[in-house]
Design a protein. Structure first.
Length: 260
């Protein structure tokens, strides 16, 4: 693993750090290449229940793709297609993780950085953060997958405004639009983010992951139960965590879930 991406573990919470603070955590193509493997490792780690994605420091989550690489890595159509495939793979790796993912956003969250943040399940931001999706400023076209994530969060007309303007959006406006889920003062963001992450680790993990799977199916257009969703729901009754949840409720105590 390069020093541009760091992985930290504290209890059941894993953190992935975009580690280029000297360039506001601008994302290199090597970082996009590396992220799927890093995320797959955390998804397979039985000790990790929640993953937080953040940038190093407090000035930026990520200021976008590293523009110093554009001529070398995106200088012609073939190179650009290859570059886009790595970006899409990194975003898809986040979006398809079985475990919950939470973007902790300090400062700038622009371009490719916003793409990664929107691929997470939840986004907590500081009150000085700023967001922008900028293909219209570069003569590029946003991918269908990435566009769908924006539309799913804010609706078609607001997504159009975001995409065609490329304008920066302040934290409170981002909260109003639905781009982020919570906004906190900058010096409180980390505490609130990890408190929530720790809370999720205390819940029944089969319920957490299958709840995420049900949301994914609804977003993909499924509107009624099928054999698979019924099997998922019914199989929860066979887990030890279900029995523990019922006992804890009857005994008026916090549950001690063990499934991971």
């Amino acid at each position: 693993m390069s020093d541009q991406i760091l992985v930290e573990r504290a209890g059941a919470v894993g953190t992935v750090v975009l580690n280029r603070p000297q360039s506001h955590n601008a994302i290199t193509i090597d970082m996009f290449r590396e992220l799927p493997g890093v995320l797959a490792g955390l998804d397979a780690d039985a000790d990790v229940k929640v993953v937080v994605l953040r940038g190093a420091g407090r000035k930026a989550f990520a200021s976008g793709a590293d523009i110093s690489e554009f001529e070398r890595e995106r200088g012609d159509a073939e190179k650009a297609r290859n570059y886009n495939e790595h970006v899409a793979a990194a975003e898809r790796a986040l979006a398809t993780m079985a475990k919950p993912t939470l973007a902790m956003i300090h400062g700038y969250c622009i371009g490719g950085g916003a793409g990664l943040a929107l691929a997470c399940d939840l986004r907590f931001a500081d009150d000085r953060s700023r967001f922008a999706i900028t293909p219209a400023k570069l003569g590029l076209v946003y991918s269908l997958e990435s566009t769908k994530r924006v539309v799913d969060l804010v609706g078609p007309s607001r997504a159009t405004w975001i995409l065609v303007s490329g304008q920066q959006i302040a934290a409170e406006r981002a909260l109003q639009l639905g781009l982020v889920d919570e906004v906190f003062p900058a010096d409180e963001l980390e505490d609130h983010t990890y408190e929530f992450a720790e809370l999720v680790t205390t819940r029944a993990q089969f319920s957490v992951r299958m709840g995420k799977e049900m949301v994914r199916r609804v977003v993909a257009g499924q509107l009624a139960d099928d054999e698979e969703t019924l099997a998922i729901r019914n199989s929860s009754f066979d887990t030890g965590d279900y029995a523990e949840g019922v006992r804890a409720f009857l005994e008026k105590r916090p549950p001690r879930f063990t499934w991971s």
